[in-house]
Design a protein around this ligand. Structure first.
Ligand code: F6P
Length: 322
């Protein structure tokens, strides 16, 4: 009798809504392909400690619509050391793993590619609210985070209008302005500040004051955490603009919550594809959304290609913010 394939799955890095849907699809697609499934707890950290348990169909029931990741996640510095990588390979071999699905962002994919280089069969599923993984149109969790921000910004706008104030809303994104750009467009922000584009605070103030002079009762500035801190910005803008400027830091609220239908479906499609790719013998690849189809591309595309901000959207935001 041929050996039964054994697929292991882990979630790594910052959690994102839809990770549970992804784990569920990995397990169920693998079982449909007559493979055994192992769940690894706390990402690569759990792998290094051999925190591994079998996953059966029922173990992934009732989680499709739940935020976070029931396997847990972590950021693992140890996976960037030779010793850590060797330990990880040893655990996977001892557990008889024939394919590993890594659900996470570009740092996790870098580590996954190192495992691939050491003979482990791996496939990535891009899941990060930052949406900064290269080669894919979008990542699992981005859509949900965007909707969370848009809803929060709408509430902020109500109180801003009531008091004729400006609000600076800080969203996540240390190196990437994707969340800021998309959420700024979705909530009609007057200015969107991203790490990729330098800004002049006097210019931001001019935009706000021009709006006030046209009779606007609220102004919203959406800033990515990597561009500036909302509190500092508000403190600087207030005297410059001559009216009250308040700050809201949305923080980790953006990462939680039930995944949108879009993210549930994307997670399911990408993860099922990842398992099928591994069962076919592919490795060193990641699932990617291109237009409306999912396909596999080289894992390295996910972490080497600089994910440029879509200029067209940035320009559009400038035109529409009047
Ligand atoms: O997952 C990426 C990210 O959401 C970044 O945008 C943010 O800077 C970071 O996570 C925050 O991570 P932590 O949970 O470690 O504070």
């Amino acid at each position: 009798m041929a050996d039964v394939p054994r697929i292991a799955v882990l979630t790594s890095g910052g959690d994102s809504p839809g990770m549970n849907a992804a784990i569920r699809a990995v397990a169920r697609q693998a079982i449909a392909g007559e493979a055994e499934v192992l769940g690894i707890e706390r990402g690569f950290e759990g792998l290094l400690e051999d925190a591994v348990r079998p996953l059966r169909i029922g173990d992934v029931g009732g989680i499709l619509d739940r935020g976070g990741t029931f396997l847990g996640t972590a950021r693992s510095e140890r996976m960037f050391t030779e010793e850590g990588l060797e330990t990880a390979v040893g655990v996977l071999r001892a557990r008889g793993v024939t394919g590993l699905v890594v659900i996470g962002g570009n740092g996790s994919f870098r580590a996954a590619d190192e495992l691939h280089a050491r003979g482990v069969k791996v496939c990535g599923v891009p899941a990060t609210i930052d949406n900064d993984v290269g080669g894919t149109d979008t990542c699992v969790g981005f859509d949900t985070a965007l909707n969370t921000i848009a809803e929060a910004a709408g509430k902020v706008r109500d109180t801003a209008s009531s008091h004729a104030r400006t609000f600076v809303i800080e969203v996540m994104g240390r190196r990437s302005g994707m969340l800021a750009l998309y959420s700024g467009l979705a909530c009609g922000a007057d200015r969107i500040l991203v790490p990729e584009v330098p800004f002049d605070i006097r210019d931001v103030c001019r935009t706000i004051v021009a709006g006030v002079e046209r009779g606007k009762r609220h102004s919203l500035v959406v800033v990515a955490e990597g561009a500036a801190h909302a509190m500092h910005l508000a403190a600087e803008l207030s005297p410059l603009c001559g009216h009250q400027v308040r700050a809201v830091v949305l923080g980790h609220v953006q990462r939680g919550g039930s995944p949108s239908a879009f993210d549930r479906i994307l997670a399911s499609r990408m993860s099922a594809l990842a398992v099928r790719a591994l069962l076919e013998g592919q490795s060193g690849v990641m699932a990617a959304l291109r237009y409306t189809s999912v396909r596999t591309i080289r894992l390295s595309e996910g972490y080497t290609a600089e994910r440029a901000l879509p200029q067209e959207l940035y320009d559009l935001a400038g035109v529409l913010a009047r």
